[in-house]
Design a protein around this ligand. Structure first.
Ligand code: DLL
Length: 432
């Protein structure tokens, strides 16, 4: 029997706010009673759960940051007894201990609900054969998408990440109609499919459910133009639930946040002050229905803006702009602030490049050097030196005029930059 979870995306905003307020109150009570960290943090800020009379009052409560989870490693922030925790996931991060998250039975049910709503946004349902190439394991991508797909009634192929040859065999033989993976892994699949003589265009694949890493509008255009696969952006993070926090719909004008479960705010990342709708800033979430790990005002570090007007698809839930970068992704090169996404846009606007690139940072004495390595297509690579030089100069000049930075641009042979099966690595910082 099909569930009408769908309707939850179309509530009138006043009813939605009532639901949010009620759930927010219950959550504040829950963490104050169960989590020593929150008892101490609220007491120190001089606030009690009962002080929340309106949604705006949430700004009186303290933020939670990633290091709070690390300091209370592994289960110190949990709000449920371990006997009620039925699942653990973790995100590795680049340094130190992983961030550990937990779920009760009810949390798992909410997670599959928001994943169902994600796939409904994208227009996937029973009859679709979905190849799930997000990693299964401690990473939330694989199992998160899996439970949603099953609950929705799709045919799910639990591939996990990697094993590229087999992915392509399965895609052809099982008639995959939609694929879940990171956009960078999809690019790799496209490339390998071509090499194997059976391009993606010749398969039944129609839709890609891409997320877990930043990717630009230019990247989407390339994917759609080159493969005919419609590329949808889905967003989430382990600390909030995993994938299923927000998703694009078929109108593709921002990602709908499932805000009856995850209450969003935008703040100024430097001062912590709230920002108005439409203004860009750091995205902050309070999980208002989770039991095992409801975090209060969790700072994601992801930069975006919120839009409350009704979407062309009719959904009333708030939309966020696609996340092009995190506040902690920023590189400072010779005093110039730079996000890898800015370079990606410049590279993909140029004719003859591929979406495979790497930024390499080195230091000579006190001076930073930036090298932009980008793969070019096989046809471009075999072009005359004059053509290659023109491409190189063009990119260098765009970098200089748009970002204000002189960079060395190196055009490299197709297939020479390392591919990833999960999140892509775009920066190699050798400065320290
Ligand atoms: O990446 C959960 C996920 C799995 C989302 C599958 C979508 C699909 P974490 O490993 O905890 O969780 O990483 C979360 O990845 O704070 C963002 O910085 C980034 N991120 C996730 N989705 C997107 C996206 C999963 N669509 C961190 N666009 C987040 C840009 C994204 N960045």
């Amino acid at each position: 029997m099909r569930e009408d979870l769908f309707l939850k995306d179309f509530l009138d905003r006043d009813s939605l706010k009532q639901i949010q307020l009620q759930r927010l109150r219950e959550t504040l009570e829950r963490v104050y009673a169960n989590v020593p960290f929150y008892k101490a943090a609220f007491d120190e800020a001089g606030v009690k759960p009962a002080d929340l009379e309106t949604l705006e009052d949430l700004s009186k409560f303290p933020f939670t940051v990633k290091t709070d989870l690390r300091d209370n490693y592994p289960f110190g922030m949990f709000s449920a007894d371990m006997s009620e925790v039925v699942r653990i996931h973790a995100s590795s991060g680049t340094t130190g201990k992983p961030t550990v998250v937990g779920y009760t039975t009810n949390d798992i049910s909410i997670w599959s609900e928001v994943m169902v709503r994600t796939f409904q946004c994208i227009g996937i349902g029973p009859g679709d054969v979905v190849q799930n190439a997000y990693g299964y394991g401690l990473f939330t991508g694989g199992l998160g998408a899996h439970y949603g797909l099953e609950r929705l009634g799709c045919t799910v192929i639990p591939m996990s990440g990697g094993n590229t040859e087999k992915q392509l065999v399965v895609m052809n033989d099982f008639g995959t109609t939609a694929i879940c993976c990171t956009p960078s892994y999809f690019l790799y699949l496209v490339e390998q499919a071509e090499k194997a003589g059976k391009p993606i265009q010749e398969t039944k694949l129609k839709k890609g459910i891409f997320g877990a890493e930043p990717w630009s509008t230019e990247m989407r255009q390339r994917i759609e133009a080159d493969t005919g696969v419609k590329a949808f952006d889905i967003y989430g993070l382990s600390e909030v639930i995993g994938p299923g926090v927000s998703s694009e719909c078929e109108a593709q004008s921002g990602l709908h946040i499932f805000e009856d479960h995850f209450y969003p705010e935008i703040i100024d990342p430097d001062t912590g002050d709230p920002k108005a709708p439409g203004e860009r800033g750091e995205l902050v979430f309070t999980m208002i229905t989770k039991e095992a790990l409801p975090l209060i005002r969790y700072r994601t570090r992801d930069i975006t803006a919120l839009h409350y007007d009704k979407c062309a698809c009719g959904r009333t839930i708030v939309r966020m702009d696609r996340v092009s970068h995190r506040s902690d992704d920023m590189l400072i090169v010779r005093g110039v602030n730079l996000f890898p996404s800015q370079v990606e846009e410049i590279l993909l606007e140029a004719e003859g490049t591929t979406p495979h690139y790497l930024l390499v940072l080195t230091r000579t004495g006190e001076l930073d050097d930036l090298e932009v390595r980008v793969e070019v297509t096989a046809e471009t690579f075999s072009d005359e030196v004059r053509v290659l030089e023109a491409l190189q100069n063009g990119i260098r000049e765009r970098m200089k005029s748009l970002i204000g930075l002189s960079a060395k641009v190196t055009l490299v042979e197709p297939g020479t930059i390392e591919r990833s099966v999960g999140k892509a690595k775009r920066v190699l910082d050798l400065r320290n």
